[in-house]
Design a protein around this ligand. Sequence first.
Ligand code: PLP
Length: 391
Amino acid sequence: MHDRSPEIAGDAEAPQVGELSPPDRTLMGPGPSEVHPRVLRGMSTPLVGHLDPAFVEIMDEVQELLRYTFRTDNRWTIPVSGTGSASMEAAIGNLVEPGDMMLVPTNGYFGERMASMAERAGGDVVEVDAPWGEPLDPADVEAAFDAHQPDVFGFVHAETSTGVLQPHVSELTDIAHAHDAYVIADCVTSLGGVEMRVDEWDVDVAYSGPQKCLSCPPGASPLTLNDRAMDKVLDRDEQPRSWYLDLSLLEGYWGDERAYHHTAPITNVYAIREALRLVAEEGIESRWERHRAVAGDLKAGLQDLGLEMNAPDEYWLPSLNAVRVPDGIDDGAVIDYLLEEYDIEIASGLGDLAGDVWRIGCMGYSARPQNVEFLLAALEDALADQGFDGN
Ligand SMILES: *Cc1c(COP(=O)(O)O)cnc(C)c1O
């Protein structure tokens, strides 16, 4: 030790914290999903600067891989620094201008978050209703457009709170475009796990998160905008309220200029690059198919245990299986038992479905047959411990 200068006196008491050793969990909840070892390895590689030519090349590769995964040619396709809510707020906070009207769905938890973000952006919010556990009906969306003429329409492609997949995406985008509105799709629990075709389905803006079907730690979140949407963003009269998420500024870093805006989360960009490389290696269509097959076995196994899925089969969301809690069973006790006895994470219901469902994720690297078999065996035991006999 070198001698301390005389101005610094005394020794503050340093906290005694042990070495990091989180439990080894099997993650079958609504996210985060398990991370592929290759992604974890990628995260332990040395940093380069965020303007290093080597990093600029990595940025280009991430953008190319994101376009492939979103099924889009959109130039404005980037990972936003932050979790899925950051890409969500980047989408809504830039597209919705003060005085704009945004139409949001009421059939799940994340429509409410859309509404809250639109209000903070200075927008007015109107709703299109559907019960929690059902998708939007295009006829209701049409009626809401006729009644309110919204400027922006947001919907949730894969509702993580209800386990419902929104079908008819092209029908919804057709309705919105016939009314000159812009469409924002929440693809947080669908990107890389469930079929999503941004260009073919004419979605103007789509955002996602890394820690669901991409099986990447949270930190850099996919966002894509077509030229029409980006034109609206670049033509705004007023600056967006967030400096950090201002896409006209982020464009300077991710676009041709590559000028400093904020320091990119280098390690998270490495991580999503490797996670997306895994998507490309598997092939996006094969990956959608794997989620259907593995989650299909999960669903069949749950039904064999005597449990009932919350969503009707037509709207079943492979990446998030909402299953009804049988009468007389304490949902929390089962969740605790799985965690304590088996180190398995599943989640309880949210909002209108609190206490009524368990939410079992089957996403990315967690969507593997061995995880499903392990969970089903553990769940059978947990239910028996609660006195449930499904047969
Ligand atoms: C998880 C999730 C979000 C928010 O993502 P965070 O990473 O938690 O910020 C938004 N929408 C949906 C549908 C989600 O499942």
